[in-house]
Design a protein around this ligand. Structure first.
Ligand SMILES: [Zn+2]
Ligand SMILES: [Zn+2]
Length: 131
């Protein structure tokens, strides 16, 4: 997947403000300058989840994110089609919007949840495995 990022900056699918590019260890994602929601192209969320410290990209307050969580039907910032609401198979309290072709949008605070709760699950799994 190779998008020309110079041509246009993304518009936040939630609040329609502009998004800025933020890079962490060679992975560049887009963060809304207003609601701090995060857009991940393709599997960037999965890649970043494995990188230590990547949650610093998710600097928004989850309270702010929740405020925007109620916005219905958002459109993919890449193709404009309505995105599906989905949730992580283990973390059903974390909802995110997904375009199967382009990527995932998470509200502020959700990536941090997504990352750490998955790690916790992993640790629990390890502990259980030793018994
Ligand atoms: Zn926004
Ligand atoms: Zn799309």
């Amino acid at each position: 997947m190779n998008y020309s990022r110079e041509l246009h900056s993304l518009q936040c699918p939630k609040c329609k403000h502009g998004m800025e590019e933020v890079t962490y260890q060679d992975i560049t994602i887009d963060r809304c300058t207003h609601c701090q929601g995060l857009w991940f192209d393709g599997d960037e969320a999965q890649q970043l989840r494995k990188i230590e410290g990547s949650e610093t990209l998710d600097k928004g307050k989850s309270a702010l994110g929740r405020k925007y969580d109620s916005v219905e039907d958002i459109n993919c910032p890449r193709c404009g089609r309505t995105m599906e609401k989905s949730f992580h198979w283990k973390q059903t309290h974390i909802w995110y919007e997904i375009c199967r072709e382009h990527g995932i949008f998470m509200d502020a605070g959700e990536f941090t949840d997504f990352k750490f709760e998955t790690l916790m699950d992993l640790f629990r799994g390890v502990v259980k495995g030793k018994r």
